[in-house]
Write a protein that binds this ligand. Structure first.
Ligand code: BES
Ligand code: MN
Ligand code: ZN
Length: 501
């Protein structure tokens, strides 16, 4: 169907076609071509090449976090010292950065060995996980549309650690393969151009991947959505030549310890609809407006492999938002699933319209909590920038679980208030509610809109408008779509506890 050559619409995400062999052992293989050493700033004495800390400091290597020095040797392996900072400060984030720095310093090599001297007080399993994440994610590039890959993929990563800690590192490294893949898949999905990943393609991909990964996948096409009455998703889709898709993913372990429902914004491309966006840099990133849905699919694909004990349901709300003869107009009124009417004051505030249908559906399931994730508002990006996502909820215990997960995965969130004094900004003259608040507090009024549809169930909302895209090139975050939230959702599902109502 695609007009592009080389890729069909339904090629699985590139990250699913390549995977690194990660191993953990107590000994370095004799033929290892590249060997890294984790070195703390207060002990720059790795004992390689007969050099000591003084020699390395003279060469400018002080063991700062992320600092590396590459030492060639005649005929032997390439030696790489990787700084982890002062040993007393060592934590999971620093180790993840060190893993990334190692992978970046060895960009032209596919077979890497890393000796874990310094992991300080970091638990061995955590160390294994974050080092794998850092290394694999630092080398991620969305390269499939280029004639030539820009960095070499990692084919083999061997972590070497002494006997007593190797079992823990092995357990964690195995987890890191799943979590790094979650982020990589989410990046692939968001990086894929809109013509190559339409709502229909997303549904096909979810069906295929879900089957591979132990999920039940239900696809709701346009007719099914009409029968259900999902007026939000259908309204936003009205201007598109392509049909919408609602995708419901279900993960059901034996005797689940709770039920978490995830709702994701899946705007495959957001032109703004009739309120066409200007042709600026922000508009040019709007293929990523499905990053929430992508993060959920990527996260849920790992739950079986990670042995998640919690039942998880995911709703992915997928369509384009385009202007055309058939688009909804400003002032149109949509009836979302469940019957509430919404006056569309701005067709570019479309995310909340598609989310509303799914939130109501989610409340009808027997779920303990709802967490939604969406590139929802430019206001969240204005407030928090590109490194911190907005977090808003109606339940402190659930918000705390999201915060705890974010702290573990290095995907920062910051809570904003669900300030009900702004609820009046959403009052409509002719419908139950309108989709546009006032000039200020746009991230909060968007959340207040969503809150209207969760029927008081424990709910938290993650606004990733700023964090979905990255212009810089640092550590485990290469430029482009970030896959933000995929690992956070994995972590949340694995540790989920029913919040008090
Ligand atoms: N997808 C955008 C939000 C967005 C903006 C994401 C910038 C990433 C970067 C969303 O659909 C949108 O257009 N929101 C509008 C809402 C407004 C019309 C109330 C916005 O934030 O400007
Ligand atoms: Mn929009
Ligand atoms: Zn949007």
């Amino acid at each position: 169907m695609s007009v592009f050559t080389g890729l069909t619409d339904f090629d699985p995400a590139p990250s699913l076609q390549t995977s690194a062999a990660v191993t953990v052992s107590t000994r370095t293989a004799p033929d290892a071509p590249v060997i890294g050493y984790l070195v703390a700033g207060d002990s720059t004495d790795p004992g390689v090449h007969g050099l000591d800390g003084v020699a390395f400091e003279a060469a400018g290597f002080e063991g700062r976090v992320g600092q590396t020095i590459v030492l060639p040797s005649a005929g032997g392996p390439l030696t790489v010292l990787v700084g982890v900072g002062e040993s007393g400060d060592l934590d999971a984030d620093r180790l993840r950065d060190a893993g990334a720095a190692f992978a970046r310093a060895t960009e032209r090599h596919r077979n890497l060995t890393l000796r874990l001297g310094e992991i300080g007080v970091v638990a061995p399993d955590v160390a294994g996980q974050v080092l794998v994440e850092g290394a694999l994610l630092a080398r991620y590039r969305y390269d499939v549309l280029k004639a030539k890959a820009t960095v070499e993929p990692i084919e083999a990563l061997a972590l070497v650690i002494d006997g007593s800690r190797s079992a823990g590192v092995r357990r964690g490294a195995a987890r890191g393969v799943f979590t790094a893949e979650a982020t990589s898949i989410a990046r692939d999905l968001a990086n894929t151009p809109p013509a190559l990943l339409t709502a229909i393609d997303m549904a096909e991909l979810a069906s295929w991947l879900g089957k591979e990964r132990g999920l039940t996948v239900e696809i709701f096409d346009k007719k099914a959505l009409i029968d259900l009455g999902c007026g939000g998703l259908l309204g936003v889709n009205a201007g598109s030549a392509e049909e919408p898709r609602m995708i419901r993913l279900s993960y059901r372990p034996a005797r689940p310890k709770g039920h978490l429902t995830l709702v994701g914004k899946g705007i495959m491309y957001d032109a703004g609809g009739m309120a066409l966006k200007p042709a600026d840099d922000v508009h040019a990133t709007m293929k990523n407006d499905m990053s929430g849905a992508g993060a959920i699919l990527a996260a849920m694909a790992q739950l079986e492999g990670l042995g998640c004990k919690v039942a998880v349901t995911g709703y992915l709300m997928c369509t384009d938002n385009r202007p055309s003869e058939t688009s909804i107009a400003m002032g149109d009124v949509l009836t979302v699933y469940g019957g509430k009417t919404v006056e569309v004051k701005n067709t570019d505030a479309e995310g909340r319209l598609v989310m509303a249908d799914a939130l109501v559906l989610a409340t009808e399931d027997e779920t303990d909590a709802i967490v939604d994730i969406a590139t929802l508002t430019g206001a969240a990006m204005r407030a928090l920038g590109t490194q911190v996502a907005g977090l808003i909820g109606n339940n402190a215990a659930l918000v705390a679980q999201v915060e705890a997960s974010a702290a573990v995965t290095g995907e920062s969130v910051w809570e904003l208030p669900l300030e009900r004094r702004y609820r009046g900004d959403l009052n409509s003259d002719i419908a139950d509610i309108k989709n546009l608040g006032g000039a200020n507090a746009g991230a909060i009024t968007a959340a207040l809109f969503l809150d209207e549809f969760v029927a008081g169930k424990p709910w938290a909302h993650i606004d990733i408008a700023g964090t979905a895209q990255n212009d810089r090139d640092t550590s485990w975050r290469p430029p482009g779509c970030t896959g933000f939230g995929a690992r956070l959702l994995v972590e949340l599902a694995l540790n989920f506890k029913r919040p008090e109502a």
